[in-house]
Design a protein around this ligand. Sequence first.
Ligand SMILES: Nc1ncnc2c1ncn2[C@@H]1O[C@H](COP(=O)(O)OP(=O)(O)OP(=O)(O)O)[C@@H](O)[C@H]1O
Ligand SMILES: [Mg+2]
Length: 466
Amino acid sequence: MDYTLFIVDDEKTIREGITAYVEDDYTVFTYAAAEDALGDFSKKKPDLILLDIGLPGMDGITALNRFKAQDADVVVIMITAYEDVGSVIKSMKQGAWDYIVKPLQMEGLEVTISNALETIRLRREIKDLQEGRIRKEVPCFIGESQVIHDIMAYIEKVAKSPDTPVLIQGETGTGKELLASTIHYRSPNFAGPFITVNCAAIPKDLIESELFGYEKGAFSGASAKGKTGLIEMADKGTLFLDEVGDLNPDAQAKLLRFMENGEFYRVGSTEKQYVSTRIVSATNRNLEEMIENEEFRDDLYFRISVIRLQVPSLNQREEDVQIFAGHFLKFFNTKFCRNLTGIREDAMAFLNRYKWKGNVRELKNMMERGVLTADGPELTLGDLGVDRAGTAKGDENKSSIDLPPLSPDGVDLTAMKADIDRFYFRQAMELAGGNESQAARLLNMKHHAFRYQYKKIMDDHSGKDE
Ligand SMILES: Nc1ncnc2c1ncn2[C@@H]1O[C@H](COP(=O)(O)OP(=O)(O)OP(=O)(O)O)[C@@H](O)[C@H]1O
Ligand SMILES: [Mg+2]
């Protein structure tokens, strides 16, 4: 591994002595003053700093604190004169890793440095392992359609900032929450908390205390210990405001104030609190329309939607249906210890043409039911809870019109169809002002087919009237 070392000492012989000893193995920068080293810190990102305690200008202990404030993980070894035991103790208490004593003994110095670097290496290894573990456990946001590729590429960029607000809009079940967690786990704050607030589920008069917390005895019924709010719990992580369109006006105003400067008050407290978190909001309501109706503040809208993502419905990205079906087949095979080998053609054809009102969630649920109950070896239409005609059982939304359920007396289907035809053909002609080709377009029919059928309907009907 390649390490960068800073040597900060006003004595030139010390700087040169150490440099000569370590420059073959590490990248070394030397400074006579702490101020200069601090100025270079964020650019050069040293792993290890050898820091003289008795510097002219800013002293070593002050500098130690400044370095640590910029990066708590930086390893600092103090350089000191024998007689300065008090300063050594002080610096060790303030987070120095070790110290070396002047006049320097190079062998001792080498051991101290290599020990420090070994610690740095181990810390990084642990962090990498943790990162890998966390990332492995997070479900993936999948999809092969161009829009999903574009969204994922955009998210890679957006996630890099730890606190830029993101608004995700899309129909129910399109994966807004999964996308929010994807942003979190790809951000620098991935090891921090991901806190979800369902703004629609919290009673309106409790939302403020839930978000901001409260002091003990803030209101009647408040817990005696007070309460930490969700915003505070999300410090150094992500706060996911689900159904953000359901926030009441009062909570909207307070959220806006918090988002503008990262500060807020607990209910019943005058003490300012500071929190640094990323706010990801989601909604399936039309916020733009809500703004026009004065139900949502436009200033809050602009604040939460610095980055805006629109997740398309599943029917707008049909190529993903097959990907999802395959993915969930594998997923539930593993979950239920099944080994279905695939999806039969008729079942796949059904999945492809179905109108997914519940989007990915509905598809996932259907696959769960299918994999769990299938007799195998392949998933069939019947396993999906679908009859031969390709209608999902128990789903009254299947028809695009509200049809009455079939009664035990049965129904005259032919008469019913004729009724529907007559109803729409007449209306189409009325709307089109008697223009047949326009009326045909309204019913998505070819002109000649329309004319033929319209004539038949009118003939039949006038025949009946006679
Ligand atoms: N791209 C995707 N990849 C994998 N799983 C997905 C994807 N999109 C959605 N899902 C799954 O579908 C289900 C619904 O997703 P999610 O809860 O994120 O939807 P939502 O948009 O938040 O819905 P709602 O508006 O109803 O809250 C979840 O089980 C989720 O894991
Ligand atoms: Mg959701």
